[in-house]
Design a protein around this ligand. Structure first.
Ligand SMILES: C[S@@+](CC[C@H](N)C(=O)[O-])C[C@H]1O[C@@H](n2cnc3c(N)ncnc32)[C@H](O)[C@@H]1O
Length: 260
């Protein structure tokens, strides 16, 4: 839900989750109103920031608000077929029967449902979300279709709570830019990937001014590369087959411990 033109009723359905803005404690503020994060010095907090963001910055980027579950209908809008070409995305990921896939920020399961068919009954989709209401909608949608190989997983803002070395592909569609703790999330995702397992960032292209999405909900390829750099990830490919998004794929190089 990140269109620049957005009706007020839908806009009201989006809100920041309270736990996205950690308490700042007593950390010092400089003359420009910038404060270090008291828990993790990788992050800063700025008094002046976009209304679309939480005022927390990572590697020069302001983190966006989490999309609230009251806006879940937007994830199932019919125009997504044309705007995002979900089947083209899934084909481009070259999944195999029996793969274990983590769909992080699963929402209503728009992608998880489609991936479940491709990997077949021997594969599993772990549908991770931090909002129990989204997992409830996911379960309802799966129940209606009789899909059995998608498991809902309640994650936290730092950790998707997945078993170590178990995942072949982690998919993140339109979600990474709203992680309140992107560094910890990537560290824990790496911990959950099998060696050689892949991670795909699917983000609206910041480089393209014609993509009608708010700036904080877009990411450039360069920014994704920068934020992947601290982790044991090697760039594999960037897929440019979608109308509005790019798919930036990395693979895990070495085993790492989980982040707290
Ligand atoms: C914009 S929606 C996208 C949903 C889905 N990927 C899709 O494209 O249909 C983002 C979802 O990510 C979830 N989310 C945000 N931060 C998260 C985190 N740290 N871990 C797991 N899910 C998260 C939100 O609760 C929301 O359901």
């Amino acid at each position: 839900m990140h269109h620049q033109l957005i009706c007020p009723a839908i806009a009201a359905a989006f809100f920041a989750l309270g736990h996205c803005s950690p308490a700042l404690g007593q950390s010092a503020t400089n003359a420009k109103g910038v404060r270090a994060d008291p828990e993790n010095p990788r992050y800063t907090h700025r008094a002046q920031h976009s209304r679309d963001g939480i005022g927390k910055f990572y590697m020069g980027r302001e983190i966006a608000h989490v999309m609230g579950h009251l806006g879940a209908g937007w994830l199932e809008r019919p125009s997504r077929e044309v705007e995002e070409k979900p089947q083209t995305l899934i084909r481009s990921l070259k999944l195999k029967k029996g793969d274990n896939v983590a769909d992080i920020g699963v929402g209503t399961g728009y992608f998880a449902r489609r991936i479940a068919r491709v990997i077949g009954p021997k594969g599993t989709v772990y549908g991770v979300d931090i909002q129990p209401e989204m997992l409830e909608l996911l379960a309802q949608n799966l129940g209606k279709l009789g899909i059995k190989n998608v498991k809902g997983v309640l994650g936290t803002i730092r950790n998707p709570n997945l078993p170590a070395n178990s995942i072949d592909l982690t998919l993140m569609v339109d979600v990474y830019h709203e992680f309140s703790h992107p560094h910890e999330m990537l560290q824990n995702i790496c911990h959950a990937l099998k060696p050689g397992g892949r991670i795909a960032f699917v983000e609206y292209r910041m480089e393209d001014p014609n993509v009608p999405i708010k700036l904080l909900h877009k990411m450039s390829q360069l920014q994704v590369m920068k934020e992947a750099t601290p982790h044991p990830l090697e760039w594999v490919e960037t897929i440019s087959a979608l109308p509005r998004q790019h798919v930036i794929v990395f693979k895990k190089t070495v085993a790492t411990p989980a982040a707290k």
